[in-house]
Structures are given as C-alpha cells and as structure tokens.
Design a protein around this ligand. Structure first.
Ligand code: ZN
Length: 359
C-alpha cells in the first residue's frame, strides 16, 4: 500500500477518480494555492511514479498521480489538526488488477460540489465585421506544465508570456480583434481550444508552444500545419506528445469522445488547409528575420488543436527549452519581443494578401 499525504491549511471537499492508459489517480479540490516543490513532484515513491498539480478550471484545482500499476483508492479522508499539522488529506492506494481498475475507472469517489457542472468557456465578444479575429492559443496550463526546460522553465509559462506580447502588438495596431484561449495559468482541453476558435468565428488560429528534444544542441523555431500524414518522424512524434495534454491533465476522454470524433471526421477542408499553408509560408521568412529557425522550418502532422475545419490554423514551436540558448532567449523580454514581433508582422502581411483578393 502507498499512502499519499497533503498538508492543508483548511479542511476541503474532494473528489477522486481513476483513469486508465496510463494509470492515473485524479484528485479534484477547491481552488488551491500550491506550495509544493517541483523536485518532490518527480520523486517516485511506492505506487506513485510522479504527480502534477495546478488549476484545472475556475474553482477547481487538480492533482494527478501517475501510478506505476493498476491501483484502487482504498481510503481517502481529511485528518483534523494535530500537533504541528493543520489539516491533512490522506489517500491510501492499494495495488489491484487491471480488470478491477477498469471497472472503477471514471466514477468519482467522494464529493466536491462544484466538480461536475459543464465548463463555461470564456465569453467571446461579438465579432466586429471590419476586423479579422485572431485566436491566440498558449499551449498547456494549470495541471499540465507542458515541456520542462533544461534550466527548469515551464513551457506553459513562456508561451503565455509570448502570446500576451503578440496580443499587445496586434491590439495596438487597431486592425484586429484578439481572443485568447487562456490568459492565465489554467488548463484548457484541446477540444475547447478548437471550440473557442470556431465560436469566435476566427480568421486565424495560432497555437503557441515550445518544444524539447533529447539532442541538446537542436534549437530554433518551427511552424506546423495539419496533415493526416506527418512530414517526418519527428513531427509525428511531436504531434503525439502535444495531443497528450488532456491525458496529462487527467481528462476523462471517454466522456468527450463524441466531440473529438466529430472534429476528426470533419477533418480540415482543402481551402482551410491551403490558407493555413499560405500563412505558414508568410510566417517562416518573418521569423527568420528576427529569430533562429530550424533547418526545415515548415512541417506538418496530425495536431488535434489544428482540426477546426473552417479556421486556418498553425502551431508554432517557438524554440527548444532543452537548448540552453533557446531557453534563455524565451526567458528574456528581448527574446520574447523578437519572436512576438515576427509573428505579429506575419499576421499583418497575411491579411494584406488575403484582403487584396489574392487568395
Ligand atoms: Zn506544447
């Protein structure tokens, strides 16, 4: 048996459920301020390999334990204050077999009043007919940190900063309406990111990410568009990794499969794909002027977040957090300004081309 203990400043309601493939234990608590070291979260102990925590959505904080084997939540309870401790939340995990695990998967144990209501998406302001709508999508967030850099930088943090810088520039031009899929450190499902773009009637969707790779020397930005067949093995592996965001955050995919399936079936239409490619061919030279790009800077693969059938979409990997120079660059205001400037300039150029009737 493995006992997992969280010290709390007050007693909380909670909800726990398990998810398979990989084996996870998901604990939802009211919105919580975490004071846990990152090192502790990666230290494996007993049945728990590592854990993640963060805001799942407004009002709910989530803790996801990666289990080494099928487990059963044997007990979960809150201990009243004793001695030096305030409240302690205790979870006892027992090993079980895969079949029993699967039987219990998805059904919550315990209660947390606010856990299950449908998630309200951010309100999208009504469209101004004279202004193209740009949706900026900073990757990951909350319980999903994204990639973690050589020096400890979180992808979710730098991509949000860059997205805000792009928004600042586009808004300042007075020519665009900008919608963000998230503007703080909160988790957003992949499906909801696509939904926000569609509801905003977006003219362009830019998903902002930063990559990591085990070759430390590799650096530079890459632009990805959607294709059913990956342009190369590395692009395919990256798409698989980025598509795992919901798994990392402990989303119960079974509940949402229909939505996802519908989007997959609709697959991007030819015209949308052409526009996405057009934007990519404008973005690459613009990036080259300001920042380093990879040898083959435009690649393609099956990124779920690029699957709105009617919204031209690209995913930009700003650089490699596994490379010290790229990490330093993205952590500096100057580096973020350079890349944001290049992206904003490409947006302007793209709409000049589109509006000149040269489609
Ligand atoms: Zn990412």
């Amino acid at each position: 048996m493995t006992r997992f203990v969280i010290d709390l400043s007050e007693s909380v309601e909670h909800s726990i459920f398990v998810l398979a493939d990989p084996y996870r234990v998901v604990i939802d608590l009211p919105e919580t301020e975490w004071r846990v070291s990152r090192a502790a979260a990666n230290a494996s102990a007993g049945l728990v390999q590592r854990y993640r925590f963060g805001l799942y959505r407004a009002g709910i904080s989530r803790l996801v334990l990666d289990a080494a084997a099928p487990v059963q939540v044997h007990r979960a309870f809150v201990l009243p204050p004793q001695g030096n401790f305030a409240y302690r939340f205790v979870i006892d995990l027992k090993r079980t077999d895969r079949n029993s695990f699967l039987k219990s998967a998805g059904s919550p144990v315990g209660k947390l009043a606010a856990v299950r209501p449908a998630k309200p998406l951010p309100k999208v302001p009504p469209r101004r007919p004279d202004r193209p709508v740009i949706v900026l999508d900073p990757g990951h967030g909350g319980v999903d940190p994204g990639t973690i850099g050589a020096g400890g930088t979180y992808e979710k943090t730098v991509v949000l900063k860059v997205a805000k810088e792009i928004r600042r520039r586009l808004t300042a031009s007075g020519r665009y309406q900008v919608v963000m899929t998230r503007n703080r450190d909160v988790f957003v499902r992949l499906h909801d990111r696509v939904k926000i773009a569609r509801e905003a009637d977006a003219d362009l969707f830019l998903s902002i990410h930063a990559d990591a790779i085990n070759q430390r020397k590799v650096r530079g930005a890459t632009v990805y568009t959607l294709s059913e067949k990956a342009s190369d093995a590395e692009a395919g592996a990256l798409a698989a990794k980025e598509n795992k965001a919901d798994v990392i955050a402990g989303v119960d995919l079974n509940v949402h499969n229909d939505d996802v399936a519908n989007i997959l079936i609709e697959l991007a239409q030819r015209d949308t794909m052409n526009r996405s490619a057009r934007f990519a061919t404008i973005l690459v030279p613009s990036l080259k002027k300001n920042v380093r790009v990879r040898a083959k800077p435009h690649r393609s693969a099956g990124f779920r977040v690029l699957k709105a059938p009617d919204v031209p979409s690209v995913l930009i990997e700003l650089g490699y957090l596994s490379n010290r120079d790229d990490e330093k660059l993205l952590n500096s205001q100057a580096g973020r300004t350079a890349v944001a400037k290049a992206i904003a300039a490409a947006v302007s150029r793209y709409f000049e081309v589109v509006h000149s009737g040269n489609r």
